[in-house]
Design a protein around this ligand. Sequence first.
Ligand SMILES: [Ca+2]
Ligand SMILES: [Ca+2]
Ligand SMILES: [Ca+2]
Length: 239
Amino acid sequence: MRNGFIALPTLFITALFVFSPLSPTHLFAAVIQPGDLLISEIMADPDKVNDSMGEWFEIFNASGQTFDLNGLRLHDDGSDSHNISHGSPLIIAPGQYFIFGRNGDSGTNGGYTADYVYSGFLLANTVDEIVLSQASTEIVRLNYTSTAAGISTELTSTSPFPPTFSDYSKTPNTLQYGLGDIGTPGASGSTALVATPAPSAGILMGTTLLGFIVWQWRTARRDHSGNPSTRAIASTVSH
Ligand SMILES: [Ca+2]
Ligand SMILES: [Ca+2]
Ligand SMILES: [Ca+2]
């Protein structure tokens, strides 16, 4: 028991590092949950360049956590499928817009900057799906049923949640990019989306400390034989 309490400062310091919002461990450890990411905009039918060169879509991190997108699978309900593998952390921060592009060359893709380039995934100009899954869990899905040539489709409402295609609209003609197609790749559209605030560092630390105190208390109630009551009693008479 005494050893358990001696270890408490060490464990607490470890917890400070592991759960600090600034630590690399925390930065890359967050697990993406359904609803954390939104598909904020799609360009399925570019007009200034061919579809094979200029398709893209945008996601938005609506959570308060930073994620590594490696390991997700991009797919539709047909045969389109791409496993996201960047070779290094592929980070999306809270409130960040992130562009998945079919072609990473901004000189030939219509003039946007891709954050990640996929293959084996096409955006049909009529009916199609964009799905990001973690193993068998769908993180985000958009089933769309129409597009417009040269004009992206943007998310304009997140209430009720999660949004459906009825919450999307054509991007206003005033918002051009690159060669002149309509869209806001990598940036807010006509309606700014809002990310959930992250838990404060104080709440994180308080929760962590409480967890360790409870764990230490439960450890102290067990003796070496596994009897939870004998050791607790012994502790009261050990002096
Ligand atoms: Ca297309
Ligand atoms: Ca498709
Ligand atoms: Ca956008």
